[in-house]
Design a protein around this ligand. Structure first.
Ligand SMILES: [Ca+2]
Ligand SMILES: [Ca+2]
Ligand SMILES: [Ca+2]
Ligand SMILES: [Ca+2]
Length: 511
């Protein structure tokens, strides 16, 4: 005799088998009976009987945007006469559309699909209640995806739609409440990134979309929400390193607010050429390098837990200060704390910046040659936090020499004499790429670069360039044990272009 438990189990198994057979049968019959139809061509058919089921098969040659048009003559009734379902080849429903008797020109929402075989089924919705043998015109409208659309299924990270180009919008939608759209993109170089997210007006201030961005280790780097009425949204800036990142779009409260309206997603990117911080710089070892004095670096405290480390190295002692500017936060609370440390983590100075103090500057401090750190954090974390961009700069009054956008570091500061700037010879020649030799006995300097040979002598205003003599305004000389040479004369001798900007005490050499 069967025990009740065994009997129940058998019933359950039988039901499962029957259910699975039914689904398999339905899908098998759909794929067998389906009439092939072509995209963008009208196909006319009808449901002759109330239990008629029509199957169609359509081939998408490559991924693309798909929607269904379903037209018929007016039946003068608002009852639902037709139900149209579209499936992919593993039976996931991809589109659904109903047509009432008086809705003569119906159109589904868009689905952004991958290439391959898809099926369409047309039936009555309520069988005997509403049935019409009137002809209908069915069209599968298809637009090829040339990188401007999402590609479903992209519901998991592994299936993410690849954004192959930054600063170019990609269109998608949350077809169903449960739809999740993953995107993936790669930054070849560090840069500033924010997300643009636009959509049609949903006429409701509910939060319909939730957008999160992650790095490869699943650290969240950006997140923001888009309400129904916020048709052109933009996230804050994130200053990121090169690498792979993911964006995930979901309905924020799922059933509460959901819209299948198309959205327009753009990864807005600007390459970092030394003007931005590089996250993660939350620790000393990951510090963003300040390689140029008197030049602001833009960053922000994206989260109230964000910590930004900066690092700089002085080749010679210098008197510096730290500049810290930001947009007006309209509050006198202390939002930022900026502290300077030496390489032994000893704090040397601190500067606080309130929300309304848009241009701040630390006291001057004299520093020896060496490596230093600046740490920017929120002062009271949760109490005052702003993700507004700030600009931090390391200011020095020393003459700055730029070679092709890069500051040359000297172990002896450049000096001005008789209106001419003198710079340490080894540093400038090596930066230019010249080979330098020093003859101690003759006190001569020989520099060779490509086809040019220059010979100069300490204390002598005459130099020799490929055998010809040139007279300088100032002679090479020895200061603090370093040989200094006139910057313009030597750079120009090697064919470089030299500009002097006295306002910012900067020599720019373009080679
Ligand atoms: Ca989608
Ligand atoms: Ca999806
Ligand atoms: Ca930061
Ligand atoms: Ca940071």
């Amino acid at each position: 005799m069967f025990s009740k438990k065994i009997l129940m189990t058998l019933v359950a198994i039988t039901m499962l088998v029957v259910m699975s057979l039914c689904t398999q049968y339905a899908f098998a019959s759909m794929s067998d009976e389906a009439k092939p139809i072509s995209v963008n061509e009208v196909f006319t058919d009808n449901l002759l009987k109330q239990d008629s089921v029509k199957y169609y098969k359509v081939e998408l040659p490559s991924s693309g945007k798909v929607n269904i048009s379903f037209n018929h003559s007016n039946i003068e009734s608002s009852g639902i006469y037709w139900k149209i379902n579209m499936f992919d080849n593993v039976e996931n429903e991809v589109l659904y559309l109903e047509s009432t008797g008086n809705n003569t020109t119906g159109k589904s929402i868009n689905a952004y699909l991958d290439k391959g075989t898809h099926y369409i089924r047309v039936t009555t919705k309520y069988g005997s209640l509403y049935h019409s043998d009137t002809d209908y015109n069915l069209t599968v409208n298809y637009t090829e995806n040339k990188g401007e659309f999402e590609v479903e299924q992209n519901n998991e990270k592994e299936q993410a739609t690849v954004i192959s180009e930054v600063n170019k919008p990609i269109i998608g939608n949350l077809r169903l409440e449960s739809d999740v759209d993953y995107y993936k993109f790669n930054l070849q170089n560090p840069g500033k990134v924010n997300i643009g997210f636009n959509h049609g007006n949903v006429e409701s201030s509910g939060e319909y979309w939730k957008i999160n961005m992650f790095d490869i280790n699943e650290n969240e780097v950006l997140n923001f929400d888009s309400t129904g009425t916020n048709t052109t949204g933009k996230s804050i800036n994130a200053y990121l390193d090169k690498g792979t990142y993911y964006i995930r779009i979901t309905a924020k409260y799922s059933s509460l607010y959901h819209s299948n309206a198309d959205y327009n997603l753009t990864v807005i990117y600007e390459e970092n050429k030394g003007q931005f911080e590089i996250e993660q710089n939350n620790q000393k070892e990951q510090a963003t390098v300040i390689s140029e004095t008197n030049k602001p670096i833009t960053g922000n405290l994206r989260l109230n837990s964000d910590v930004d480390y900066y690092k700089f190295t002085l080749q010679s002692s210098d008197k510096i200060n730290i500049g810290f500017n930001h947009g007006n936060v309209e509050s006198s609370g202390e939002y930022w704390k900026i502290a300077l440390f030496d390489s032994n983590d000893k704090e040397l100075l601190q500067l606080n910046s309130t929300g309304t103090n848009t241009t701040g500057k630390s006291d001057d401090i004299s520093l020896n040659k060496g490596t230093y750190y600046i740490i920017v954090t929120t002062k009271y974390s949760s109490l005052y936090h702003s993700n507004t961009d700030y600009k931090i700069s390391l200011n020095s009054r020393q003459i700055k020499v730029m070679l092709n956008d890069k500051q040359i570091q000297f172990d002896q500061h450049p000096i001005i004499q008789n209106g001419r700037t003198l710079v340490p010879l080894r540093a400038i020649f090596e930066a230019i790429g010249a080979n330098v030799t020093w003859n101690e006995k003759l006190k001569t300097i020989t520099a060779v670069y490509k086809n040019t040979t220059i010979i100069m002598k300490v204390g002598d205003r005459t130099i020799t360039k490929n055998g010809s003599k040139i007279t300088l305004d100032v002679s090479p000389q020895i200061i603090n044990g370093r040989t200094l040479v006139p910057a313009r004369a030597v750079a120009e001798s090697f064919g470089a272009k030299v500009d002097w900007n006295s306002d910012i005490q900067t020599i720019t050499i373009t080679q």
